[in-house]
Design a protein around this ligand. Structure first.
Ligand code: NAD
Ligand code: MG
Length: 342
């Protein structure tokens, strides 16, 4: 028997408007699209598609210094793909990212098999490396492209079942892949990472890896080991990297972080006593770690873009989208308002 085709282009209006906010209906809409391939294919025809080329997002320059993301509709994109010699199947490789506040389903698509310059010319934008894009984009745009890139990367690296070696098939939304030989469903994965800003009451502790660009310092971070709680991972990482024992751990916030793969960053504050604040850096992990005063942090927070080659050396911090920046900003705010650390 033929299944009835349910065309679902945007979140349905809830008959009980008082009980169901726009947010709730959008979340339910996305959830439906993840479960219903026909509804997702229909929403794709009416959705916004963010293009990537070899995992670099397409951005549009708004003036000399500022960029924004650039999304196309399926009807705009189809003739462009056709012009560039691609058959209609490429569009179906789009992966669902979410739903905009204007109730449009949002997708990402990697067109890495097409000529980059030709796509840029036809779409009127530039494919920018994600690390650079993070400094160029404002507000919610950076996490949006980070999510898109992470999902596209996951699909590119999970084409085969790790148990049978057979190809895996994705659902239309791209929210999972399935191996029919082993009946295994694979879901996109993130690695839990703890990140901590340690304070001794008047100073905060930042470190840098040898691979960081010159002058960049960040909060201490590390991957959680199997079986650890967050607090155990945090204590271990600080002990390993700088030889200190922390106390008073408090949660701040969390974020998805796309580099180098997908991490789930959990950000915390913690403290050490000023009498036990001598750092002993493990140089196999960090090039340097040291205490920073509020004045030094205030100066570093004012550096809004990575210094260019030839500029004077300057201390700078991760961009505002990075949860490390949030931890440092929170700490500086607490110090300025006379509180003794977190
Ligand atoms: N968003 C932010 O504000 C922010 C700030 C700092 C660091 N980070 C991220 O935190 C992550 C972890 O920080 P780190 O590099 O200091 O970690 P780390 O101190 O645990 O050292 C990294 C090493 O851990 C090992 N490792 C263990 N489990 C791993 C896993 N699941 N994936 C990869 N490597 C694993 C590897 O040997 C790797 O070289 C980095 O990916 C970095 O990009 C994000
Ligand atoms: Mg580390």
């Amino acid at each position: 028997m033929l299944r009835p085709l349910r065309i679902l282009l945007s979140p349905p209006k809830c008959p009980l408007t008082r009980c169901c906010s726009g947010y709730v209906s959008r979340m339910r809409f996305v959830n439906r699209l993840q479960e219903d391939d026909d509804a997702c294919a229909a929403a794709l025809q009416n959705g916004r598609i963010f293009l990537f080329h070899s995992l670099s997002p397409l951005l549009q320059r708004t003036n000399r210094e500022t960029f924004r993301t650039s999304a196309l509709t399926a009807s705009d994109l189809q003739p462009i793909l056709k012009n560039l010699g691609s058959d209609g199947s490429l569009l179906k490789e789009s992966v669902l990212i979410g739903c905009s506040e204007q109730n449009q389903a949002e997708f990402c698509l990697d067109v890495g098999q097409l000529d980059q310059a030709a796509v840029e010319e036809q779409c009127g934008g530039t494919f920018v490396d994600l690390r650079k894009a993070f400094f160029l984009l404002k507000g919610a745009e950076a996490p949006l492209v980070a999510k898109g890139q992470a999902l596209l990367r996951w699909h590119q690296t999970n084409r085969f079942c790790s148990a049978t070696g057979q190809p895996t098939q994705r659902n239309q939304a791209g929210s999972h892949r399935f191996c029919s030989s082993s009946s295994t469903t694979y879901y996109p994965q993130m690695s839990p990472v703890v990140i901590v800003l340690v304070s001794d009451g008047t100073r905060c502790l930042l470190g840098r890896q040898a691979s960081f660009p010159r002058g960049l310092y960040s909060a201490l971070a590390g991957f959680c080991n199997m079986g650890e709680t967050l607090e155990e991972a945090l204590r271990r990482e600080v002990a390993e990297e700088v030889g200190l024992e922390v106390q008073n751990i408090s949660y701040s916030s969390s974020q998805h972080w796309p580099f180098p793969h997908s991490s789930f960053m959990v950000a915390c504050h913690a403290s050490v006593s000023p009498t036990h604040s001598q750092v002993d850096v493990d140089h196999s992990e960090l090039e340097e770690a040291r205490w920073f005063s509020l004045d030094e942090i205030t100066c570093a927070l004012q550096v809004k873009a990575p210094p260019r080659r030839g500029d004077l050396p300057v201390i700078w911090l991760p961009p505002p989208h990075a949860v490390a920046n949030r931890l440092i900003t929170e700490w500086a705010g607490l110090q300025r308002h006379g509180k003794d650390g977190p």
